[in-house]
Write a protein that binds this ligand. Structure first.
Ligand code: B12
Ligand code: SF4
Ligand code: SF4
Length: 310
């Protein structure tokens, strides 16, 4: 049954598929509690809500006993080459909004899983439910938690993670060993010094500051670290040796080249609300809204970008 699910996941375009059970995530409970009590979640209050569900995946959906964890590759070979001169948008946001793309694929997989037994229940999740997705993916053996705090695999980290929770009993896969070894390239390269042995401090992280932060304007110390980045940050992935030989995504929704990918700095600065609505209609960037993006653009443009990593 597991092989059949893996095969179906491959046909749907997922890059990897593995299984874990719904048992408690006890070691993650300790880490998350420490992270929250140190205030490293910054303004993401939702991270402290529904903690019981995060630690006990069985509470997410009645009757679920297994989790099918899926990876969806979003890496583009031409990302850095084409995005070199203008303001920088994170690689993950180039394609169609991954929440929608992932959800469609997860639902198709769930439909298939429902055919594998009488009354099989499923629930699909990507990003928005109180689920520790990296920890589940790690436990399912899909990769390890790198020092950049992301799920890292032999093929890098530029994957989205999604899950199908199910009442179907599936044989769990085994975790793999952590393979960062003596490398700490991501910790050293982080322009905001957001990474440490304690994990990620969102108060410093440029991804948090450009995507999640609600209060405007951006503080001066954030502007100093920002460089050309106006949405998200990829530095701790770009320097990771496991991302060097990553395969390119085969997902059409992630391979499209939006008009704004070729915009120069002036076009970004002159962006109007109408253009924003039209250009980012089905992009993850639409979520931050026009005002927020313009604030990022204003903040990024005050810096000398000659040292930017490109
Ligand atoms: C909150 C959040 C953020 C926050 C905080 C990031 C963070 N590290 O927590 C901000 C806004 C900064 C952010 C940024 C980004 N995010 Co984000 N984010 C999330 C979200 C919603 C929750 C993550 C979370 O639980 N954080 C809480 C902290 C305490 O947990 P943690 O660092 O993950 O560590 C926990 C476990 O991993 C575990 N753990 C940690 N280390 C170890 C080691 C061992 C040995 C073990 C056993 C366990 C363990 O214990 C911890 C406590 O539970 C997830 C989706 C989800 N629901 O899971 C996406 C998610 C993590 N984000 C994602 C992405 C793509 C990004 C960005 C790359 C986007 C960008 N380009 O800007 C950046 C990367 C920044 C970075 N280096 O992490 C992807 C990551 C895919 C992957 N390969 O891992 C996810 C999974 C979304 C998805 N569905 O695909 N994100
Ligand atoms: S996303 Fe950028 S700012 Fe955040 S930890 Fe990674 S390198 Fe640092
Ligand atoms: S850059 Fe090095 S330390 Fe950081 S996640 Fe990659 S292998 Fe691990």
């Amino acid at each position: 049954m597991e092989d059949a699910i893996r095969q179906k996941a491959g046909e749907l375009g997922f890059s990897a598929c593995a299984f874990t059970d719904c048992s408690d995530l006890m070691s993650e409970q300790f880490r998350l509690e420490r992270w929250l009590s140190a205030g490293r979640q910054a303004g993401m209050d939702y991270m402290s809500r529904h903690r019981d569900i995060r630690y006990r995946p069985e509470l997410l959906s009645e009757g679920c006993v297994s989790v099918i964890v899926l990876l969806l590759n979003y890496h583009r070979n031409d990302y850095l080459r084409k995005n070199a001169s203008a303001f920088q948008v994170s690689e993950y946001a180039l394609g169609r909004d991954y929440h929608a793309v992932m959800r469609e694929k997860l639902h198709l997989l769930a439909q298939y899983v429902q055919t594998l037994g009488e009354g099989v229940k499923t629930r699909c999740c990507v990003d928005t439910a109180p689920v520790l997705e990296k920890a589940l993916a790690r436990r399912a053996g899909l990769g390890w938690i790198g020092k950049n705090t992301l799920l890292v695999t032999e093929h890098g980290s530029r994957f989205f993670i999604g899950e199908v929770f199910t009442s179907l009993q599936l044989h769990p896969d085994v975790p793999v060993d952590e393979r960062c070894g003596g490398c700490s390239a991501c910790v050293e390269a982080c322009p905001a010094h957001a990474l440490s042995a304690e994990g990620l401090d969102a108060r410093r992280c440029l991804s948090y500051q450009t995507i999640e932060r609600k209060e405007l304007p951006l503080p001066e110390e954030v502007k100093t670290a920002l460089g050309h980045r106006i949405y998200g940050c990829d530095v701790c992935q770009q320097v990771c040796p496991y991302n060097r030989n990553a395969e390119e995504t085969k997902v059409d929704d992630f391979l499209r080249t939006p008009e704004w990918f070729a915009w120069g700095d002036a076009q970004w600065r002159q962006l109007t609300q109408e253009q924003f609505d039209a250009q980012f209609r089905d992009s993850a960037m639409q979520r931050i809204g026009y005002e927020r993006l313009m604030e990022n653009i204003r903040a990024a443009s005050v810096k000398d970008n000659s040292q930017d990593e490109g």
